[in-house]
Design a protein around this ligand. Structure first.
Ligand code: G6P
Ligand code: MG
Length: 214
């Protein structure tokens, strides 16, 4: 049975992953080391603080807590600069249509994202009124793969985990869905998102009727 669809934001609804990557790469470069797109896979879905820890470990760079706070703030400033020009055209293929199809069939919808910039982004792309619940990085304390963000979304929607399907582009996010006891559609490459129930390249490639039978 399907009663609710819970969507990750970055890389599922909107094309921000590249901006996160560019901002982190700029930070790494400013510290004197490089940061590749392949290494960036480890960061997808992961909170800002945890992402920074991973990057510093990659560069073999040690920093005090105060320095780390400054670095995270600097990265976010650069990220906000990059997403400043975002418009509804940055919505990923099929995302808006899929959310609207849910609404038409009486299936509840939520955002489950680690990003503290969720509301800013949703209003830039004109989707701030489209979801029944929004659980973002300001509402959770444990980062994916912890299931907290998705369990909170189910709670806000007043449904059981067993009737939810999660849409995720990150390895950590797919794991979080599994840990929540929810089915998961991976958005990306099957070779990367091996733990998902199904993997498609975008929400344009899957219909609600298929999702119901996962
Ligand atoms: C999402 C992205 C991550 C990002 C995290 C925190 O999960 O996939 O790349 O680090 O959100 O985002 P924030 O906007 O709060 O820095
Ligand atoms: Mg994501």
């Amino acid at each position: 049975e399907l009663k609710a669809c819970i969507f990750d934001l970055d890389g599922v609804i909107v094309d921000t992953a590249v901006h996160h990557y560019k901002a982190w790469k700029r930070l790494a470069n400013s510290l004197g080391f490089d940061f590749t797109e392949e290494q960036n896979e480890q960061l997808k879905g992961v909170s800002r603080v945890r992402s920074l820890e991973i990057i510093l470990a990659i560069g073999g760079y040690s920093a005090t807590a105060t320095e780390q706070e400054k670095m995270a703030a600097q990265k976010n400033d650069w990220y906000l600069e990059l997403i400043g020009q975002m418009t509804p055209e940055d919505i990923l293929p099929g995302a808006k249509e899929f959310v609207e199809a849910c609404k038409a069939e009486g299936i509840k919808t939520a955002i489950g994202s680690a990003s503290k910039n969720t509301l800013t982004i949703l209003s830039k792309i004109g989707l701030d009124k489209h979801f029944d619940a929004i659980v973002d990085g300001n509402k959770v304390t444990k980062a994916k793969p912890d299931p907290e963000v998705f369990l909170n979304a189910a709670k806000e929607l007043n449904v059981d985990a067993s009737v939810c399907v999660v849409f995720e582009d990150a390895i950590a996010g797919v794991e979080a869905a599994n840990n929540a006891g929810m089915r998961c559609v991976g958005i990306g490459q099957p070779a990367v998102l091996t733990e998902a129930n199904a993997v498609v390249s975008s929400l344009a490639e899957i219909t609600l009727s298929k999702v119901k039978y996962l």
